[in-house]
Write a protein that binds this ligand. Structure first.
Ligand code: ADP
Length: 910
């Protein structure tokens, strides 16, 4: 039946066709019963209603109504014969047909809707990219779509009928079952979880479970929709990471980011946390108080910034500016504010994003930079002046170092100063004696007549002297209507005076005066003048040092070359200086005595020092002659001292020789007077005897006395001659001629004459070479020498003996010798016996007298004749005196014989 109904209702036939067919069927059902008496025949009526119902079922309500109406009409007309009583039956007909139509329609619609739904579901399932798994209430899989196949890897046949738990790994199965349970309870549930694919691979999924209920509302199953979120989890993770990185970055940036709604800066969407550090107000405070920005703007910047914001339509257009803001702590911060709209994909500005950067440092740096620039500009302006000053100093330095004559260089420096810096420049220098001397006065411009402001004095003014004394510079700046400050006689607008300082001492001062020019001196000029003064002082000091060194060097040189010994004792009696002459005289080298006490070095100094006169003035003192025990034995020195602040300087000279000579002279005088007195006494005695009348002499007696007088007179005359001759030799007034003579002849004559008064016991012999060349010398002087030696030989042979006179010749010389066997002469006297007045036995212990002049005269004469004389002797062994004279020139030799022959044979007499 239901199938029939389903068939009926599934038929889709146009209602009018059904109505027409039903009308035919009605006729077939009614008309056969036309004419029957039955007023209400049941069969035709039942058939007609049935037809109406069928028509409604097939063709819908209209068709049902029409078929019912047609049936009733036929009934009314043919069977009821238009009995009015039959009219209400129409309702039954109509109701049956219409209702059947409505019910059929309804059924048909419901069926088609179900079919649509099913189709849609199938389509959704197969089209879904999500895996859709249908589960029975017992958890068995009943449905499995293509996406599920793709996701899990199982084919439909593998899983249908299997438990749902197979879709999750073991540890997640509980979770899956719980999800299904929740869906059954609540209708639906979702979870992100992990499922497993065929083969065991795990996959991240989003699962959503929905309960399926049947018509009664009881659970008919669960539909599980599963999608793979592996990628999206990763993407989300990446996004989260990127976000946090971005946030960390942004939050660590030294700037504050912000965003606000378009056109409304007050409605902040976001502000970076750095805002609190920057301005002292937290993000919350910024969010709560829309006016905070305006309130914190620096009043001086507010109008400008608000106007700029307006112009940028609060961020709709890009905006960039700098302004100051007040922090909570009350400080000012310079901010750079940059903002620009953020546009969506369609290019529409959606909100404004901006940043605030603290540029206070940069601003300060820029301010500083500008300040420096300004300073540099000023400095450039100054540098012209500075350059001029430097040039001046350089030039002044050149001048100052150009010469050691600092007086000249300081004058030139003053000229330079008035050229560039002053109307007057004075240089005063402290002299060694402590007086301050005005060395230079220079004036700017050539001076015509007397300047109005007067001239500087020729001596340093008291303020200048005070600067030198104190070593402190003085600046009288004047200017600005101040009273002109006078410097002595000089009317000055402004003046400065700086000391010339070197090695901590003031050597003078430089004074610069500004008068007519109207200059005013300040700190700069003072510094310049001090620089100048430093250089000048250095020049003066150097020059003086140099001079001092030179002087010392000269003094040292003088001391080196001076013939007098000079030594210096300090206050402690230690020798500080010992010149070369002192070394020579004393035989003590400087190295051995300098630094040692004089008393240690010079024996007996202590006692001597008391006798040596020491003066303290520079006048030469009287010298004292004292014996000094030296390295060469005792020497007599003439010494005097001068005291000075550091000790005493002694100057001395060796007078040992002079002193000896003096002694010799004294001896000579004694000897000579004795020598003279003896013959005189003899002559006097003889003469007196001859005069006596009471005493009659015979002839022989008279002759004896007379010859005695003659002998002693000769002796006297010889002594006097010797003295005179020695004097002549001393005065270099003796001439010796140079003529050839025969030495043999001379020797013979001398021997003859001597033999006349040879004392008894003494014999004189001549030993001569057979041929002796002529001698080229003064014959008389040669004779004198020979006689002298011969007489000495006789004199110093008091015990008698043989005297031998020898004559010999060598190359170019003829040598004479006189040998005796007398007293002899010790070797250490061999040299000295030829000295003037020197006598071996001054006290005449052997009773032999003499003047000590004989050998001196001999040696002087021989050397004047170009020869030499010496002695060979030993004490007690006799003496041999030798002297040599040059032979005559060859031409003189030839005439020698003639000369000898022509010589007058006068008797020898000296
Ligand atoms: P004097 O007048 O004393 O003889 P001399 O000048 O002739 O002076 O001699 C100097 C000294 O030399 C003498 O005093 C004597 O001591 C010494 N003398 C000179 N000749 C001899 C000699 N032949 N023998 C020893 N002594 C001599």
């Amino acid at each position: 039946m239901s199938r029939f109904i389903r068939w009926i209702t599934r038929a889709r036939v146009p209602w009018w066709l059904v109505a027409v067919l039903a009308g035919g069927l009605q006729a077939a059902a009614i008309l056969p019963f036309w004419g029957s008496e039955d007023a209400f025949p049941g069969l035709p009526v039942g058939l007609s209603v049935l037809v109406g119902v069928l028509a409604g079922a097939v063709g819908g309500p209209f068709a049902g109504l029409v078929a019912a109406g047609v049936g009733w009409l036929l009934f009314f007309v043919f069977l009821a014969d238009a009995d009015l009583q039959a009219i209400p039956a129409l309702a039954a007909w109509a109701a049956a047909g219409g209702l059947a139509g409505l019910v059929a329609d309804r059924l048909r619609r419901a069926r088609s809707e179900r079919a649509l739904l099913r189709g849609e579901l199938a389509a959704v399932r197969s089209a879904s990219t999500e895996a859709i798994v249908t589960l029975a209430p017992n958890g068995m899989i009943t449905g499995w779509n293509g996406a599920a196949e793709a996701l899990y890897g199982y084919r439909r046949d593998d899983v249908v009928g299997a438990p749902a738990a197979m879709l999750a790994p073991e540890e997640r199965q509980e979770e899956l079952l719980a999800l299904l349970g929740r869906a059954e309870e609540d209708g639906s549930a979702t979870a992100e979880t992990v499922h497993s694919r065929k083969g065991g691979d795990e996959l991240a999924v989003a699962a959503s479970a929905h309960a399926i209920r049947d018509g009664n509302g009881s659970i008919a199953g669960v539909s599980l929709a599963v999608s793979d979120i592996g990628e999206s989890v990763e993407a989300r993770e990446r996004l989260r990471e990127a976000e946090s990185r971005h946030r960390a970055l942004v939050e660590r940036l030294p700037l504050v980011t912000y965003s606000h709604a378009l056109g409304n800066r007050g409605s902040l969407l976001h502000v970076g946390p750095q805002i609190e550090g920057l301005l002292g107000y937290s993000r919350e405070e910024w969010a709560e108080e829309p006016d905070l920005f305006e309130r914190l703007l620096h009043p001086d910047d507010r109008d400008r910034v608000l106007a700029e914001l307006d112009a940028a339509a609060e961020g709709v257009r890009p905006f960039r500016t700098e302004y100051r803001m007040l922090t909570r702590a009350g400080d000012l911060v310079w901010l750079r504010d940059e903002a620009a709209p953020v546009r969506d994909a369609g290019g529409h500005a959606s909100y404004v994003q901006g940043s605030l950067l603290d540029v206070s440092e940069r601003k300060r740096a820029r301010d500083e930079h500008e300040r420096l620039l300004a300073a540099a500009k000023t400095a450039r302006a100054d540098s012209g002046v500075k350059q001029r000053n430097l040039d001046f100093l350089a030039e002044a330095s050149d001048v100052l170092s150009s010469s050691l004559d600092y007086e000249t260089t300081l004058r030139r420096m003053a000229d330079l100063a008035v050229r560039d810096f002053a109307d007057w420049c004075m240089v005063d220098v402290l002299e060694e004696d402590g007086t301050l001397r005005r060395l230079a006065v220079a004036h700017a411009e050539p001076l015509r007549g007397d300047p109005n402001g007067g001239r500087p004095a020729s001596r340093p003014e008291p303020p200048v002297a005070e600067v030198v004394r104190s070593g402190r510079a003085r600046l009288t700046s004047g200017g600005d209507g101040a009273e002109p400050s006078a410097l002595g006689e000089l009317e000055a607008e402004s003046w400065l005076c700086v000391p010339l300082l070197a090695r901590g001492r003031a050597l003078g001062a430089v004074t610069l005066v500004a008068s007519e020019s109207g200059r005013f001196y300040g700190a700069d000029e003072l510094a310049l003048a001090q620089d100048l003064a430093r250089r000048a002082a250095l020049a003066v000091d150097n020059a003086r040092l140099y001079r001092e060194v030179e002087e010392r060097a000269d003094a040292a040189r003088v001391l080196t070359y001076v013939g007098d010994g000079v030594f210096l004792l300090d206050r402690g009696g230690v020798i500080r200086l010992w010149n070369p002459a002192a070394e020579v005289i004393t035989g003590f080298p400087a190295s051995a005595v300098v630094g040692h006490a004089a008393a240690e070095t010079m024996p007996g100094w202590q006692g001597l020092a008391e006798r040596i006169p020491v003066v303290s003035s520079r006048e030469p003192g009287r010298a004292e002659t004292v014996p000094l025990e030296t390295g060469k034995g005792e020497r007599w020195i003439s010494i005097s001292g001068v005291e000075f602040f550091g000790g005493t300087v002694y100057a001395f000279r060796d007078v040992t020789e002079e002193r000896r000579l003096d002694e010799l002279k004294a001896e000579f005088v004694a000897t000579a007077s004795h020598e003279l007195r003896t013959p005189l006494a003899a002559v006097y005695g003889a003469a007196q005897t001859l005069r006596r009348h009471d005493f009659v002499l015979d002839e022989a007696g008279r002759d004896r006395f007379l010859s005695l007088i003659v002998d002693e007179s000769e002796r006297l005359s010889r002594i006097v001659n010797e003295i005179l001759l020695a004097n002549q030799l001393d005065a270099d007034r003796l001439d010796v001629s140079r003529e050839p003579f025969d030495a043999t002849d001379l020797v013979e004559r001398v021997v003859d004459s001597v033999r006349t008064h040879t004392p008894p016991g003494v014999s004189v012999d001549v030993v001569s070479s057979p041929v002796v060349p002529l001698v080229g010398a003064d014959r008389d002087r040669a004779r004198q020498v020979l006689v002298n030696l011969l007489e000495n030989a006789i004199k110093y042979s008091p015990d008698g003996g043989r005297i031998e006179l020898g004559l010999d010749s060598r190359e170019g010389v003829v040598s004479f010798s006189v040998r005796d066997e007398g007293l002899g002469i010790p070797a250490d006297h061999h040299e000295r016996i030829f000295e003037k007045f020197y006598r071996l036995d001054p006290d005449m212990t052997r009773g032999v007298g003499g003047t000590g002049l004989g050998l001196y005269i001999c040696s002087e004469l021989v050397s004047r004749m170009g020869g030499r004389i010496w002695v060979e002797s030993a004490a007690g062994k006799g003496s041999s005196f030798y002297f040599e004279l040059p032979t005559a020139e060859p031409d003189l030799v030839r005439t020698a014989g003639a000369v000898a022959d022509d010589e007058p044979q006068a008797p020898d007499s000296d």
